[in-house]
Design a protein. Sequence first.
Length: 518
Amino acid sequence: MGLARSRGFARHLATSLRLHFRNRMALLYGYLFPSIFLGAFWVLYRWEPVPLVRHMGELLTISILGGACFGLPTTLVSERERGVWRRFRIAPVSTLSLLASTLVARYTLLVTAGLLQIGLALAVGMPVPRHPFDLWLAFTFVSFAFLGLGLVMSAMADNVPAVQALGQCIFLPMLIIGGVAVPLASLPLWAQHLSAFFPGRYGVEALQVSVSGAGIGVARFSLLALTLIGAAGCVTGARMFRWDAQERFAAREGKGRIAVALAAWIAIGLAAESRGRVVTRSSTPQEAQGPAVPAPSVGPPAGAPPPSPAPAPTSSPPAPTAPARERKATLDTAHVAVPKATPPPASPTPPPGPSSWQAVTREDIERDLVFDRLPSDAGVVTPIARADEEPDPEVAEQLEFIRRKLPEWPAARVGDPVQRVRNLLYVAAVPDVFQTPLERFTPWAVYERLQADVPQDTLIKILYWIALHPGDGDDKAVDELYLLGLGNGPSDMDQTRDRVALYGVKLLGRLLGKIKSQ
């Protein structure tokens, strides 16, 4: 009896693989789509010095998710509609053996698709994964979790269009807010909490630490989560398996078993919450709720001519001049020069700002800048690493390369000192806009270079000037960032200039002792 079961398992496995490789559409979905995703990621993250190495966890998870949540249930449901499984039912082979051979066949196909992705990534310059054996183990755990989900979907869907609808309901949320296609650190706080209930997050973590991290040993919780989710899915899918297409899901008894699979997701999410494994980067309440509206500006723009005698009071205050409106809009956007909450002066004509950066005084800085309403150094906008925080080895290597290249970088040697400082601040601002792993550490490299290149008194004045004039100067330096291994600059230069102004104030605060490095 055992020999017959083994033969049945082997024959069904061989038949499933043979039919798959004869199906052109199956090959298209199984191999072309993962390759398209890989090409898209390569274009999106083309500025990274090491291509795709930080995104293989995401790419492999997408490949497994597509094959398990679309390929597997589509195959099972289409065969059920054609009466294939009704004929299998009278064969001397157990249901468990048939389902096991189906899962093994699909796992084999997933492995070949994953190997194709890794091969293409190596071809465009990605290094060999650090822990190949760990990567295979992680791939197996992730495949098990999603194949269980695919079994549940095949039990719920009455026809192939229903499979496609169910697949989209799971696939798209997993990509967008489940930590698969969008990095967790880029998600808002509520989405990071929600992602803890999706298995894709744990799949990405387990795969990524095997490719570029310390190995699968640091992802034990993720492996446990994937095992629990996969086991719950496989048990539920096997208990609810349908042989006949005429047997509709709505009329079937025992539909409550789906709650077992759902309970596994909820249990893992609650466990992640209790262990504090949800938020990958802390956000201040201000960032979570949106930017605060600063108090109205009370002074004329820097560089304005001396004020004329005050006009006679009227029933309504005069409209601000165009430069004043422009300056206020800049400060409101960047949250930099936020005026202090003091009563307005008795005189309607406050003193003008400095006419040039050389004329900046400490009084100007105290009047125009505050340093306790800046975005948190641990937040999403303008992050700065703690003084004792060590980067990952690959980030440290890129950071050291930037430090070596900064002194000879052409944009850091221009004659105009203000433009030179502005160019160096772009080195901190652009990784922040792109949200690369370097973003927390490049401000320190920039800070060191500024202190070595510009006298402190001069640097203080220039940083103040840049903070209040983010729209001045040129942005040619962003097109030369590739010389530092940072790739091309962003297309949204308004956002980048705002980040330059913010970093200018943060570094100025450290120079003046207003901000203490953690």
